[in-house]
Design a protein around this ligand. Sequence first.
Ligand SMILES: NC(=O)c1ccc[n+]([C@@H]2O[C@H](COP(=O)([O-])OP(=O)(O)OC[C@H]3O[C@@H](n4cnc5c(N)ncnc54)[C@H](OP(=O)(O)O)[C@@H]3O)[C@@H](O)[C@H]2O)c1
Length: 371
Amino acid sequence: MQTRVCCLCCLSSLLLCSSLHLRRLPLQQRDLLLSPPPRQRAEGEEGEVTWVLRSSQDPSTVMQTRVCSLCCVSSASSSQPAASCCMHSALGPPLAAQDPAGHQNSMLKGKRVIVTGASSGIGEQMAYHLAKMGSHILITARTEEKLKKVVAQCTHLGAASAHYIAGSMDNLTFAKQVVHKAENLFGGLDMLILNHIGHTYFGYFDGNVDHVRDLLKINFLSYATMTVAALPMLKISNGNIVVVSSVAGKIGLPLTVPYSTTKFALDGFFSSLRMEFIQQKTNVSITLCIISYIDTDSALKTVSGVIQQPAAPKEECALEIIKGGFLRKREVYYQYHATKIPLLLRDWAPEILQSLLLMNYNMDNFQRKEV
Ligand SMILES: NC(=O)c1ccc[n+]([C@@H]2O[C@H](COP(=O)([O-])OP(=O)(O)OC[C@H]3O[C@@H](n4cnc5c(N)ncnc54)[C@H](OP(=O)(O)O)[C@@H]3O)[C@@H](O)[C@H]2O)c1
C-alpha cells in the first residue's frame, strides 16, 4: 500500500495524519504498519516522497493515497472500491478521483450542491467558492432579493448552473421542498451544506423555553429533515453532508443558551448518524464544522466589543468548510487554534478552560442584542 506525501507536508504531520486515519480504519484493516519511506519521486510530481504501508495479513495489497499539500489530509486515488481504501475508509469514488493538488479549482466541478443560509455571511461565500469551482448550485434563505443577487454573482463567477428557492426553515415542509427542487433541477445531489441559523438573542437566558423550541426547529430539525430527504440521492452519488456548527456546539458558552443548545443537538444527531453509516456501510460522509468567531456582518454586529478575540475571514472559513466536506473529514476546525485547543482542554482541564473563556468576554461592553 503506498502513500505519497507532498514536499510541503512535514514528517510529523504525516505521522499524525496517518495515525489518525489508521485509527478510523475498519476492523479488518487495522493491522497496517507504516514502514520507513524509500525516497522516491513520482513522475511529474516533483518533491513528493513515497511512503509504504504494509498489511501484516496481506502484504501484496497495493493502493495509492495522496496527501493534500494544503492540509496534510490524505485523499485516496485508488482504483479499488472505496470500502477498501486504506486511509479514508469512507472516501467515495466519484469525489476521490479528483486531483487533490488542484482541488481549490476543480474539486467540485460539475458537482450538484445545496447551500442553505446562502443569502449572506459564510453561506454566501461558500456559494461563490462553489461557483468558481464550476458546481451546480441551489441556494436558499428567506430573503429573495439577496438570493437573486447571489445567484447572479455565482453565474458571473462560473457556476455550471445557479438557482435559488426562498423560504423559512421553521417550516419543515419547505426544508423538504428545497431537496426536491435540487432533485428536479439536477437529477441528483452530491453535497448538502447545512449552514442556516434562525434569529436569536445574544444575552443572558431569559427563561423563554418556547424560543429554544422554535430555534431548535430552524437550527436542528430542518437539518435532520433535509438530511433524511437528501439521503437517497447522496447514497447514489456517495456524497457528502456538511454541517456548519460552532465552538458553542461543543463547549457551553455564556450569552448563547438557545443557540448553543441547537448546535449541541447537531453534534448528537450527526455524530451518531455517522457511526451508523459506518456500521451500515453507507458511503455518505458527514462533516461537522466547528467554527470560531468569523467576520460576517451578523456576528460582528452582535458580539464585537464583547468577545475580544479577532474575527477570522469569512471567505477563508467558507473554503475550509467546503474543503473539509470534499475530503470527507469527520470534523473541520476553523480557526484551528481557536477551536481545537479549547476542545483539547475541555475534557482535561475544564476549570482552566472556563477561566480562559470568561476572560475573553468584555462584559463592560455587553448589552443584550437581538440577532
Ligand atoms: N459568524 C460567526 O462568527 C460564526 C461562528 C461560529 C459558527 N457560525 C455558524 O456559521 C453559519 C453561518 O453563520 P453566518 O455568520 O454566516 O450567519 P448569517 O450571516 O447571519 O447568515 C445566516 C443565513 O441564514 C439565513 N436564515 C436566517 N433565518 C432563516 C430561516 N428562518 N430560514 C432559512 N434561512 C434563514 C439568512 O438569510 P435570511 O435572513 O435571508 O433568511 C442567512 O442567509 C451558522 O451555522 C453559524 O452558526 C458562525
